[in-house]
Design a protein around this ligand. Structure first.
Ligand SMILES: C[S@@+](CC[C@H](N)C(=O)[O-])C[C@H]1O[C@@H](n2cnc3c(N)ncnc32)[C@H](O)[C@@H]1O
Length: 346
């Protein structure tokens, strides 16, 4: 009996000392986890473009290449989702974004990361025959949907990367719209420089991004859903750790760090909160939300994807009311700002 007691005590002491060894305390060098913790734990400005170069997270191109490989992804998915979701005034997010800038008639406008073209479709009408719309997206799957849908003389489809808009001359654009793109560009800094270059002095940028307090404040179905999705992260992309888009740029505070007087923009960014909502059966909602959250596209293994979708459906069903429907609300922010006449860094 005494022997067993001594043996167990010895074992406990041994385990205690082993827990300080690198193997147990995860202080070993090398893995991506170490790099991630090191960068995030240092109290540094994570939006600094130089530091972002050290970043191991996927670029937006790698992210979209991964999405396109999915057997369930189709061009136009994101547009389908956002055609159903409406503001309290009954507008789609595209109508809401378009209304940020009055008097578009005759103007040259860019729909940056315009996807399958839901906003461009409205823009060709708004600028009229004397105006010009340029839809930029690097994803051919989305662009081909846009080309089929918008057959107007005053639109050009540009298969280009927002980081290098070499086909668009400097100071040639009156307004740039960007629906759900600014928070996805990775890295964002070269895109900011291109936005500055192509805008005329006094030209306007208006975009839709996520709000600041999304992950920190009261629990909503939105972050319950995100948390459930994050558990099924794709090992190649490590989205759970990194998120997507440029670190710190997926909210209005992050935007202010990129778009400010030093990068040539007006300091008075206009920020307007709005919420999109849609009510449907949980099963239908699950399919619609794939286009926005995109996690399902990143899971190659069908069994794992089914497992993920079962968990997501359970989250949705928790919010189902007696009539069998559930309401999903997506909070967003519309940011609008101007290019100043000169770039303060030059
Ligand atoms: C969330 S979707 C939004 C699409 C569209 N603006 C909408 O709201 O329906 C993001 C789009 O950004 C595009 N995108 C992401 N990074 C890009 C880049 N660096 N250059 C061009 N397009 C990009 C993707 O191909 C995708 O179509």
């Amino acid at each position: 009996m005494r022997f067993i007691y001594y043996f167990l005590s010895f074992l406990l002491i041994l385990l205690y000392f082993l827990s300080f060894s690198p193997v147990f305390s995860q202080e070993s060098e090398g893995g991506p986890m170490d790099k991630c913790e090191r960068i995030l734990s240092e109290d540094e400005d994570i939006t600094d473009p130089v530091k972002l170069e050290e970043n191991i997270a996927p670029t937006d191109r790698e992210f979209y290449n991964a999405i396109k490989q999915s057997d369930i992804y189709r061009g136009g998915d994101i547009e389908d989702t956002f055609t159903y979701f409406k503001t309290s005034e009954g507008q789609t997010s595209y109508e809401f974004l378009l209304n940020a800038v009055p008097n578009l008639r005759g103007k040259t406008v860019v729909d940056l990361a315009g996807g399958s073209g839901p906003l461009s479709k409205l823009l060709v009408e708004a600028v009229g025959p004397q105006g010009q719309v340029i839809l930029v997206d690097f994803n051919e799957e989305e662009l081909s949907v846009a080309r089929q849908k918008i057959r107007s003389k005053n639109i050009e489809f540009l298969s280009e990367d927002a980081q290098n808009l070499s086909s668009i001359p400097s100071s040639s654009v009156d307004v740039i719209f960007c629906s759900l793109g600014l928070m996805l560009f990775r890295p964002l800094q070269p895109v900011v420089a291109e936005i500055f270059r192509i805008l005329k002095p006094g030209g306007i940028l208006s975009g839709i991004v996520l709000p600041d307090d999304l992950f920190n404040t009261k629990r909503t179905i939105f972050n319950e859903y995100l948390e459930a999705a994050a558990q099924y992260d794709s090992p190649e992309l490590e989205l759970e750790k990194w998120g997507w888009g440029d670190l710190g740029a997926d909210n209005v505070q992050g935007m202010r760090k990129f778009f400010n007087e030093t990068t040539g923009f007006s300091p008075d960014m206009r920020v307007e909160e709005f919420t999109l909502a849609y009510e449907d059966k949980p099963e239908n909602m699950l399919i619609l939300l794939r286009g926005f959250f995109q996690t399902s596209y990143l899971i190659r293994d069908k069994e794992t994807r089914n497992e993920l979708e079962k968990k997501l459906l359970a989250v949705l069903k928790k919010h189902q009311s007696e009539d069998g429907l559930m309401l999903f609300q997506l909070p967003f922010i519309r940011v609008t700002l101007k290019k100043q006449t000169e770039n303060k860094t030059k």
